[in-house]
Design a protein around this ligand. Sequence first.
Ligand code: GLN
Length: 304
Amino acid sequence: MDYKTILENIHASVQPYSCVGKVADYIPELAKVNPDKFGICLNTIDDGDYSIGDSGERFSIQSISKVFALAMALSIKGEALWSRVGKEPSGTAFNSLVQLEVEHGIPRNPFINAGAMVVADILLTSFDNSAERYLEFVRALCGKDDICYNEQVARSERETAYLNAAIANLLKYHKNIDCDVEEVLRLYFLTCSLEMNCHELARAFLAFANHAEPFSYAGIELTRSQIKRMNAIMQTCGFYDEAGEFSYLVGLPGKSGVGGGIAAICPMRYSVAVWSPRLNSKGNSVMGMKALEELTTITSESIF
Ligand code: GLN
């Protein structure tokens, strides 16, 4: 497969969408990002990586961080994790409070904010230094030891986090958070603020694409079956109330973030990361989704 030419063609074909959507501005620091950035990197299981555009520039991974946090929590808790968080698509926005109230503080899945906060609580109770352990794990996954949190982004989000704070408090009210609410929010925002580029994200996700290899990074181990199950959750819950649309148009397990990144995998073939900061109304990158739709259409490589 001539991925280099394919990526060049994709880059050209997404240009008509270059002004569609808008950068996430509810986190003031994210509003400062240049909306015209576009990068993509595809990492094959056996044939290296291919990239185009601003693929070497780091950006805020935001909710893509929830995949790494889930991997850690699943490795620690195993199936017991599912007594505190579900694995059903929510069909609602990533920051919705509605189901959480009706379902008595058990979030639908680990990829909506409420679920990720429960996961953050599990990490906090499992490690003395959970923020450092998280960073070590992602550094090992992507093979780069200089990726870092952006404290300014984390602080900026905390200062305006009225809705996320309400979610955390509702979880605490329902006794689904053991730690202090403020501590949980701090770890949650910190992990969201992690900055990575498309190469690093694609490399990190390769571990989920290649479920034939043992998964063991910085002391975090997953079985082959656990990796496949994580992919199942990415497929059904990775794009919130647009998970069906992403499945329909792209057909890959993946995860988006309001920083404009999307990481996805084609099991036993490749991982791919794309970045374009303009988002649609569901909080997913417009050009990112379009690029991945083109990729799986041109290559016929999706899970379907
Ligand atoms: N930090 C963001 C939030 O909690 C993450 C949302 C996202 O990327 N979808 O609102």
